[in-house]
Write a protein that binds this ligand. Sequence first.
Ligand code: MN
Length: 482
Amino acid sequence: MIIQGKTNKWEIVCGLEIHCQIISKSKIFSTASTKFGADANQNVSFVDAGMPGMLPTLNQYCVYQAVKTGLGLCAKINKYSEFSRKNYFYADMPTGYQITQFQYPIVGEGVVTIDLEDGTTKEIRIERMHIEQDAAKSIHDIDPHKSFIDLNRAGVGLMEIVTKPDFRSPEEAGAFLRKLRSILRYLETCDGNMDEGSLRCDINVSVRPYGTKELRTRCEMKNVNSVKFVMQAIENEAKRHVEVYESGGTVEQETRQFDAVSGQTKAMRKKEFAHDYRYFPEPDLPPLIISDEYIKQIADELPELPDAKKNRFVNELGLTKYDAAVICENKEVAYFFEKAATGHDAKKVANWLMGDFFAMLKRKNLTIEQSPITAENLGRLVDLIEQNIISGKIAKDVFEIMSETGENPEKIVEEKGLKQVTDSSTIEAIVDQVIAANMDKVEAYKNGKTGLFGWFVGQVLKESKGKANPQIVNKFIQEKLG
Ligand code: MN
C-alpha cells in the first residue's frame, strides 16, 4: 500500500509482537488454575502472589505447547534456552519482575504464509518466540478512589511471537493475525480469543519514502484487541507519521494508545529503552534444555495445519482456492466439511456449506458444533441430488426441514413424497397439457420470442410441484416447440 502525502509517496513499515495465552490447565510457574472467568483472586498460589521465599517450578506442558507452536510456525526450536528477569515496578506485578526469556528464546526464526485478497500469498518472517508469565490485572473502574488487583491472571503462561518488520499494509497485518489465530487453534496451543485477551497485539509502525530501504523512528501501540482495530491503528498511525514528516517535523519514539472510538492514536509515554528493565538471568530456574527426540515426538503429533489442508482440498478434492481458504480458516469448519465431503461430491458439498448452510447458522445464530444438520446428513442430501432422486429446488425445501428437525434427508423425502419424477410419459403428459393451454405463447415463441422457453419450463415444474426432472422437462419442451 502506498500512502500518497501532499508532496511524496510513502510506504508503511510495520512489525507485530503478539502475546498468546498458552492453553494449559495450570500456570507456567505454579500449579494454580488458569480458568478464565473465575471470581477475582481465586486462582492464586503463593508463587503468583510473590510471597517471599517462593520458588517457581516450570510447567512442562507449557514447554510442550511452545515447541508445538514453534513447529507450527515452521520455526527453529532452540534446544538451549534461558529464563531472564525483566525488572519493573507495577502494582500488577507482585514480585517486581517478570520471568521471561531474553537472550536465549525457546523458538528462533520461522515463517507464516498469508493469503491476500488479490489471491496472492506473502511470507511473513518470524523473528523469535519466547515464553513468559502474564501480569495480574489492575481494575480502575469499580471505585472512584481505589484501584483493585485481580491476581488470577498473574503467572498464566504466555508465548510472545515477534515478527520481522515485514508488513507493508494494514491488510497484510490483518491477514497475518487471522492466519496466526487459525494455526494456533489447529494446534490447540492458544484459543485465540482476542476479546477475552488471550491474544493481544502490540504494533510497531514507521513510514519511509516509497522506494527507499531506510528504517525511520517507529512508534508502538500496545494491547490492541481486535483484527479490525489493529488494521485501523496501523493506517492512522502511518498517516500521522506522513503528516509529521511532510510538515517538517520529526517522529519521536514513543508508546501510543489506540482509541477504538475515534480510531486515532495518542501519545502515552516515551519508549523505555530495553536496558531500563535490567534484564539478568533468572537465578531460580536452570537453563531449559530439550532433546532432539522430544522435538521429533512433538513434530510427529502435529495435526495437519490450515495451509496443508487447503492445498489438499484444492489438489485432491477439486475445490477452488478461494473456497478451500474460507473452509480451512476455521478448524471446526474444515473438519465438518471433510466429514461431509467424504464419499460424496466434494465441490457440491462445499457449495452447500458456503451457501445455504452458513446462511442457516447465521440466521439461527449457531456455531457449527451446534448445527442441527450433521456433516453426514449434508453429504447425503448432496447424494440425493446427484442421483436425481430430488431436484436442486426440492433439495432447498428438504434442507429447510433438516435445519428444523435434524432428520436425515432420505427419511424426509420418503415421508413427504418429494421424490423426483423421472418417468418420461408422466412428464410428457404435463408438457402437452401446458402447451395445449397456452397456444398463444407457443405462437409468440415460434415468432421469435425465444425467451419464453424458460417460462414453459417453469410452468411444467410448477404443475409437477417441483418434482419433474428438469433435464427431461427441457428435452420435451425442446422437441415440442421445435
Ligand atoms: Mn512480553
